[in-house]
Design a binder for this molecule. Structure first.
Ligand SMILES: Cc1cc2nc3c(=O)[nH]c(=O)nc-3n(C[C@H](O)[C@H](O)[C@H](O)COP(=O)(O)OP(=O)(O)OC[C@H]3O[C@@H](n4cnc5c(N)ncnc54)[C@H](O)[C@@H]3O)c2cc1C
Length: 427
């Protein structure tokens, strides 16, 4: 953003979308105020720090080729970490561990596929890496490949791992194949967890003059002519030339019930949910695996402290998760199920547990990229001056990359809106 932005901007929501937009707009010259309902900034990117352990809210990896990393780099936000490169990676199939075919050596060794499937798997991955054009749902694309049951399940698992979503019949084939291609390019686990990104963004926003208020719940947003006003739970009102709602679609729709397009988006958005068991261990038990992916069940297991500084010397941080099928919520035995995955992959862990965090039906993303409907853009035709950002907005990427890309597009749209307002004022 090069031209100077003149005007006041309210941003509701202090997650990474709200913070990225705040940095961009404040650096551009706008007077920015962020209102965050929770006691701290960061939303789902917050990390729980305790006794030298850093526990993200479920497993979090930064995609090397994604929009979030691109924008962090462009804005000069510091972070460090290690590539998610476990030396041993397993597939869970019929209750047993097999080699996960993540490279040619593992593919040769794995008992998961017969020789015909091994050749087909390599060919399919090559096609995906080159870039595929696909229409319809991911399930439809998989049907068309006419795969053996284990190959189909393996590709579904790769889709779940890459896009964090378990809804092949709803998900756009193009979006998930692009996401798999990007994920194969590598991901980073971050030293100190994703809170380091939140802190870096908050510092950058403050240094540029933005006001960041945590514990400030907005109850209503009113758009009047060219101005908008946010009403806080404490009774105060804050007027601005533009407002960005950087939160989920249901929360945004509830704040502005008069905006019909937001009500439609809230109804149509398909949230992606997961259960997670985040474990801080005294040490990794002998014989534990570092990574495992469910092939016939939607499970994930990974030692994050193997690549990033997340635990004190000798300690370990492990994330176990279940990708919930689209449209379903957590089962009664959500945590027991994850514990038994941990029993299979790292027997002996229970005696070494120091701390845990249990997440049931956590929203990973507010908007699955559907094959039959585009996600909304950052501008709302029926509410000029009101903008949206988050992991359900815009056509770029998935999860945090969508949040980051939409935040930047919202900041750009606000800049254009304020430029037009400036011209109108001057005339
Ligand atoms: C288990 C799990 C694993 C994940 N793993 C990954 C991963 O590996 N890679 C990846 O890229 N992404 C991952 N994500 C997704 C990523 O965390 C989110 O996409 C991202 O943090 C969303 O940021 P956001 O700012 O859009 O939304 P949020 O973080 O939800 O922020 C919205 C903020 O708005 C605030 N708010 C809501 N209503 C109000 C109100 N009325 N007034 C004021 N404030 C309000 C909320 O308190 C919240 O802080 C994962 C998410 C989860 C849950």
């Amino acid at each position: 953003m090069t031209a100077l932005i003149v005007g006041k901007v309210n941003i509701v929501g202090g997650g990474i979308a709200g913070l990225l937009a705040a940095v961009e707009l404040a650096r551009g010259g706008a007077q920015v105020t962020v209102f965050e309902a929770a006691g701290g900034l960061g939303g789902r990117a917050r990390t729980r720090q305790a006794d030298g352990y850093s526990l993200n809210q479920g497993p979090h990896a930064l995609y090397l080729g994604g929009a979030f990393r691109r924008e962090l780099k462009r804005l000069g936000i510091p972070f460090s970490g290690g590539r998610a490169l476990a030396s041993s990676r397993k597939a869970i199939w019929k209750g047993k561990l097999h080699e996960l075919p993540f490279n040619s050596k593992a593919l040769l060794r794995t008992g998961l596929f017969g020789i015909g499937d091994k050749i087909r798997y390599v060919a399919l991955l090559k096609t995906i890496v080159k870039g595929v054009t696909a229409e319809g749902s991911f399930a439809h694309w998989l049907d068309a490949q006419k795969l053996s049951p284990v190959m189909r399940s393996s590709l579904e698992a790769l889709g779940r791992l890459s896009g964090y979503a378990n809804g092949p019949q709803f998900m756009s084939a193009q979006a998930i194949l692009d996401q798999i291609r990007m994920a194969l390019g590598g991901t980073l686990y971050l030293d100190g967890g994703w809170s380091t990104l939140v802190d870096g963004l908050a510092n950058a926003a403050r240094e540029s003059g933005a006001m960041l208020h945590a514990g400030a719940r907005v109850e209503q947003v009113i758009v009047e002519g060219r101005r908008s006003r946010v009403m806080l739970a404490d009774g105060s009102a804050h007027e601005a030339d533009a407002t960005i709602l950087a939160m989920g679609p249901n929360e945004a729709a509830a704040l502005a019930p008069q905006v019909a397009s937001l009500q439609v988006e809230a109804r149509e958005a398909m949230p992606v949910k997961a259960n997670a068991l985040d474990l801080a261990l005294k040490r990794l038990p002998d014989g534990a695996q570092e990574f495992a992916l469910g092939i016939d069940g939607p499970f994930y297991f990974s030692l994050h402290s193997g690549s990033a500084k997340l635990a004190p010397e000798g300690g370990a941080v492990v994330h176990v998760a279940k990708y919930l099928p689209t449209g379903t919520g957590p089962e009664r035995n959500a945590i027991e199920e994850l514990e038994s995955v941990a029993d299979l992959v790292m027997p002996g862990w229970r005696a070494l547990e120091v701390k845990r965090q249990e997440l049931r039906g956590m929203v990973v993303s507010n908007g699955l990229p559907r094959w039959d409907r585009a996600r909304p853009s950052v501008t709302l035709a029926d509410a000029p001056g009101l903008f949206i950002a988050g992991d359900w907005v815009g056509d770029e990427g998935m999860i945090a990359d969508t949040a980051a890309a939409s935040a930047m597009k919202a900041a750009e749209a606000v800049g254009q809106w304020l430029a037009i307002a400036g011209v109108a004022r001057a005339a």
